[in-house]
Design a protein around this ligand. Structure first.
Ligand code: SF4
Length: 279
């Protein structure tokens, strides 16, 4: 059994917030470089050059990668040998609040979707919990702006729609998002489960390493096909045209009911900000 130290956890979540907001993942930067070097549209090339410059400057000067420092989404993997002697949810929210105040990050959460009163703490954050067979406690933080999140969609297809129906829906969603999702984007596809499971799968797909390819042959094929077709849409960097609309496509699937075929598309902008720590 392992007891988690509350103060250590708070410090680690604050560090994750800092890392997400200011330090772009080097692999994301590599993908952006690769996109820049293959971009045929002059304005697309210049746009990618500016995005990369922005990301490098953010790291050097401790300036947020984007003004939208997002809503904080936390994924917990709690081993069965882990004990907490404090209120986990309250402590996580405290850590996020402290981080957003201390690092002067924009507070982007309103109390009620219709009263639009800012909570001024960037909390509550959204917490997903999974219990796993281990003696560790893994915390993954992703901060997500509204531009790309607002372009995400879910549809309950019918089994008869099949693979083509899935691909068409994903491509329609990407096309409709245009420049609003700040491309080049990463596309998370959740396939199967039910209504809420598909949405969660699509978000979890975005947490995967950008190099990671699905080990399921059907999902692997889908990732390839959607990637190829999406990059022929011509949307390009920030919607200015070009061949680099999508940096990567990740498909996560789950068994589903015989009569349904849920598909969720969660779009991640080029400011992909996810970090993890294991305690
Ligand atoms: S979509 Fe991403 S890059 Fe665009 S404004 Fe929102 S957080 Fe920033």
């Amino acid at each position: 059994m392992k007891k988690i130290d509350k103060n250590l956890m708070i410090q680690e979540i604050k560090k994750l917030s800092y890392e997400c907001a200011f330090n772009i993942d080097t692999k994301i930067l590599d993908y952006l470089e690769k996109a820049k070097n293959t971009e045929v549209s002059p304005i697309g090339f210049r746009t990618l050059t500016k995005i990369i410059e922005n990301d490098v400057l953010a790291k050097e000067k401790s300036i947020p990668i984007c003004q939208d420092t997002g809503i904080s989404i936390i994924f917990l993997e709690i081993g069965n040998g882990i004990i907490f002697d404090f209120d986990l949810e309250e402590s996580i929210n405290f850590a996020i609040k402290e981080a957003y105040i201390e690092y002067y990050l924009r507070k982007s959460v309103v109390k009620h979707p219709l009263d639009r009163i800012n909570t001024l703490t960037n909390t509550p954050c959204i917490i997903h919990t999974k219990f796993v067979n281990s003696n560790t406690f893994k915390i993954t933080l992703t901060i997500k702006g509204a531009g790309s999140e607002n372009m995400s969609k879910l549809k309950m297809l019918t089994p008869a729609d099949g693979k083509n129906g899935v691909i068409n829906f994903v491509l329609e969603t990407i096309e409709a998002s245009g420049g609003n999702a700040c491309p080049p984007i990463i596309v998370g596809v959740g396939l199967g489960g039910n209504f809420e499971k598909a949405a969660l799968l699509s978000k979890e797909a975005l947490l995967r390493d950008i190099d990671d390819r699905s080990s399921n042959p059907i999902d692997y094929e889908l990732e390839n096909e959607i990637f190829e077709k999406a990059n022929k849409l011509g949307i390009g960097p920030m919607g200015f045209g070009g061949k680099n609309t999508v940096l990567a496509v990740k498909v996560n699937s789950f068994p589903c009911h015989i009569a349904s075929l849920p598909v969720a598309v969660n779009i991640q902008c080029h400011a992909s900000r996810t970090k993890s720590v294991i305690l």
